[in-house]
Write a protein that binds this ligand. Structure first.
Ligand code: LMR
Length: 394
């Protein structure tokens, strides 16, 4: 049965944690997988999450099934969080999913059902799991120009030029904020231009919103997407609670669909649920129950928002300390772009040889392509990282 089976290709992000654990280097740093760490090096359970868990422990009466779409109150709260009071809310529906990866996959499945020849366009570079998810769903994958390795910013001219040539058969995957892996986000003007193009040519915008609250703020980070949502006939969103609620292992996410009208959105939702039923039936409840409780309780929501702010401010602080330390170490401003990047990550432009040196000589683990998880770096670790980077960049 399995004689012809080839071994799995190692996941470029998840495999790093294992290699890091085996490493005996005294000052080793795991800057691979995107998890937030505090100044103690811990990925804490947020205090607001603890309060919600306590509430659930005391109030939950049953572990009976919730339903194929997961918890509808959670779905509604997530739609509010992502959309705010956006006019498209009246035609938006949600399905709770196991993380945003689950949402990406179910939304890809329904695109394939609706249009087997649809092509999905993603940014070059993009999240390492985007292409595998889309390809496993049977979609053809193509790339639009995105990251300029010289300026470490988005080449919006080239990006928009490619998107302007797309049509009804195309799906455009966009990062809502905090682009993974580069940290380079598109401008509001680019969101406006993409909106005009989607209206004119009919491509489907598909937004991956995995880091809402980690760039500027919960509302601010959704501004570009909300501009688009209000104007285009249809859009898809995959949103995650892994980072902003710190619920990584609870696999909590939502797939949001808005089509021409509510009836059409409900039809798409029905097909998404059908895909879920034939895969895992329904999503795990715990994480969604926590999020629902936090978002429905005004006091707890305020507390959670301040915890998100605390995480964001720590990341911003570490970014600026790293830039200063690199300035001092290299005597140049070549790494100043790190301060302009948003969210957890920055692509710093290491080549393969530099990546290997960082790992073998310094015990520093970053994702291939040169993605550093700034959110996993402590203030005390900044000098070591800056010194190591300046050595391999010499
Ligand atoms: C990452 O990009 O590191 C995270 O989103 C974790 C993952 O699932 O890859």
């Amino acid at each position: 049965m399995f004689k012809q089976l080839q071994p799995a290709v190692k996941d470029p992000i998840l495999s790093l944690s294992f290699a890091y654990q085996q490493d005996s280097h005294a000052q080793k740093l795991n800057l691979g997988i995107g998890v937030y760490r505090d100044e103690q090096g811990l990925t804490p359970v947020l205090p607001s999450v603890k309060v919600a868990e306590k509430y659930l422990l005391e109030s939950q009466q049953s572990k009976a099934y919730v339903g194929l779409a997961g918890c509808e109150q959670f779905n509604a709260e997530m739609i509010n969080l992502v959309l705010g009071d956006n006019a498209s809310r009246s035609r938006a529906v949600g399905v709770q999913t196991p993380g945003a990866s689950g949402a990406l996959r179910l939304l890809a499945d329904v695109i394939k059902l609706a249009n087997p020849t649809a092509k999905i366009w993603m940014s070059d570079l993009s999240y390492a799991n985007h292409a595998p998810i889309m390809k496993t769903a049977g979609l053809e994958v193509a790339y639009y120009p995105y990251f300029d390795p010289l300026t470490k910013t988005v080449n919006e001219v080239a990006m928009l030029e490619t998107l302007s040539q797309l049509g009804k058969n195309d799906v455009v995957l966009l990062h809502g904020c905090c682009h993974n892996p580069t940290g380079a986000d598109i401008s509001f003007a680019a969101w406006q231009a993409i909106t005009e193009m989607a209206i004119k040519s009919g491509f489907l915008p598909f937004i991956d919103m995995a880091y809402q609250g980690f760039a500027v703020g919960i509302e601010e980070d959704a501004a570009g997407f909300r501009y688009l949502a209000e104007r285009v006939p249809s859009y898809f969103v995959a949103s995650s609670c892994s980072k902003n609620f710190g619920l990584y292992r609870e696999r909590t996410g939502v797939a949001i669909v808005a089509s021409n009208n509510l009836a059409e959105s409900e039809c798409i939702k029905g097909r998404i649920i059908e895909c879920a039923r034939s895969t895992y039936t329904m999503p795990p409840d715990h994480g969604a129950a926590i999020v629902r409780h936090i978002l429905q309780d005004e006091t707890l929501k305020t507390q959670w928002l301040s915890e998100v702010t605390e995480m964001r401010m720590r990341i911003l602080n570490v970014r600026s300390l790293l830039v200063d330390a690199l300035k001092e170490q290299t005597g140049t401003q070549q790494f100043d772009f790190i301060n302009q990047h948003k969210g957890m990550f920055s692509v710093i432009g290491t080549n393969k040889e530099q990546l290997i040196r960082l790992r073998e000589e310094f015990g520093i683990y970053i994702v291939g392509g040169g993605r550093i998880n700034i959110a996993g770096l402590r203030e005390t670790e900044v000098p070591y990282l800056a010194e190591s980077l300046s050595t391999v960049f010499k």
